[in-house]
Design a protein around this ligand. Structure first.
Ligand code: HAM
Length: 420
């Protein structure tokens, strides 16, 4: 146990961290272009926030939260997602007094006690975008375009954008009655959780993971057929805006999403993955959440995508990752005097922006050169007493094997390395 990380967690090792940094850079770049500002909220919140926000009949709240009492006896939960926190922060910090709508994004770790499998972890990372303060269908379309463009930029193919409308509380009331009528004959066969959901929130049964419940809801009525005129118009506008941007989508009337705050537009982006979970992004409109948390009624919309699933999908599709940075220069040294000299030279080159490295294990020159090769240094040089005395050094280009004799000064070395 001592040297084993908890189930469902992952270490990102140094040889892979550049992949994450590359994707995070792409995310920051696209968010800048779309004018979304980063928001950073705490890893833990009061449990009540998620119970109220995400909904107490959802799997996330019922089964998956990491909840504990802190030393002051408060019930605390590690965030299972970012929307509730962003909305809480919007209210608490008066973001509604800033230019509206608030266009926010976050790169966060989330925690859900889920069954561990490829693409489903207990600690995972999300990139999320939230727009709070606009009910316009243009925001829904903008959010979907952002997610799709990001995937396109990093090289993913064959993605399916599935959209649906799950209406507003008004149309859902009527739908819930229809759904209950449909489910009633099979009530006894429903799982225990869904039996409770039957009266509290029957729509949640559509999203149940149990195979028996899945079979029961197979031909259930869909909300899209029951939505009111306002929700219908909103959905039509979302569709025409996507058409206008040339973004292909499919209507999937069975998307209900696993969290309770959704209203009107919902969407999921699906990858054709063989070995891992294929829902790589999910989101939608949540016009009731901010009010549910105690502020005045404020429409909002957003999405979140799983970073691990993004990387897994890139791997499954054979999308190449950019290479990690390699050191520009390795300076080998012979003897104590040269080693001192090398350390100071490396320091001064680094000050100039050269990625330089030297030996820290007192190795032989041969072993130092082997190490330089291992770390992929682009140039190498060997400093001994005579080089220091003569003020000349031979710089070797490790890619083509060429060597060049230059003055042993920081500026001349930097020039060669930078190809000036
Ligand atoms: P979600 O569908 O629960 O929505 O999660 C969004 C994405 O996070 C999923 O599509 C998946 O890529 C990733 N994800 C979820 N659970 C796991 C897990 N256990 N392991 C790895 N990846 C996972 C939300 O979280 C909403 N807050 C999205 C949203 C934002 N809706 C409106 N605004």
């Amino acid at each position: 146990m001592l040297t084993q990380a908890p189930k469902g967690t992952n270490d990102v090792l140094p040889d892979r961290v550049h992949i994450w940094q590359y994707l995070e850079d792409e995310i920051r770049k696209i968010c800048k272009e779309y004018n979304y500002k980063e928001i950073r909220t705490p890893v833990f919140e009061h449990t009540e926030l998620f119970e109220r926000g995400v909904g107490d009949t959802t799997d996330v709240v019922e089964k998956e939260m990491y909840t504990f009492n802190d030393k002051g006896g408060r019930s605390i939960t590690l965030r299972p997602e970012g929307t509730a926190s962003a909305s809480r922060s919007y209210i608490e910090n008066g973001l509604f007094n800033t230019a509206q709508p608030s266009k926010l994004f976050y790169l966060i770790r989330c925690y859900r006690y889920e069954k561990n499998q490829a693409g489903r972890y207990r600690e995972f990372n999300q990139f999320g975008a939230e727009v709070i303060g606009s009910q316009s269908p243009s925001i829904d379309a903008e959010l979907m375009s952002l997610a799709m463009l990001l995937y396109e930029r990093v090289g993913l193919k064959n993605l399916k954008l599935n959209i649906n409308s799950i209406g507003c509380p008004k149309c859902r009331k009527e739908y819930n009655e229809k759904l209950k009528e449909f489910l009633m004959p099979n009530y006894d066969k429903l799982c225990d959780t869904c039996k409770t959901r039957f009266n509290k929130n029957p729509m949640r049964i559509i999203d149940c993971k149990s195979s028996v419940c899945k079979e029961i809801v197979k031909d259930a009525p869909v909300l899209l057929d029951c939505i009111c005129d306002e929700c219908h118009d909103h959905f039509e506008k979302v569709k025409s805006l996507l058409d206008g941007m040339g973004i292909k989508y499919y209507i999937d009337p069975y998307i209900v999403r696993g969290l309770d705050y959704y209203t009107k537009t919902v969407f999921e982006i699906i990858a054709d993955n063989k070995n891992s979970n294929s829902t790589i992004c999910g989101g939608g409109r949540y016009d009731g959440l901010v009010e549910q948390l105690g502020h005045k009624s404020t429409p909002a919309s957003g999405f979140a995508l799983g970073m691990e699933r993004l990387i897994l999908t890139m791997e499954e599709q054979g999308v190449p990752f950019p290479e990690d940075n390699k050191p520009d220069l390795f300076i080998a040294s012979i003897g104590d005097n040269a080693s001192l000299f090398a350390q100071s030279l490396v320091y001064n080159l680094r000050k100039d922006g050269v990625i330089a490295e030297n030996d820290h294990l007192g190795r032989s020159v041969k072993a130092q050169m082997k190490y330089a090769d291992k770390i992929g240094a682009k140039y190498t040089m060997v400093i001994g007493d005579s080089e220091i005395e003569n003020g000349k050094i031979s710089v070797k280009n490790m890619q083509n094997g060429e060597t060049k004799e230059i003055n042993l000064t920081k500026d001349e070395i930097a020039k060669v390395i930078k190809g000036e």
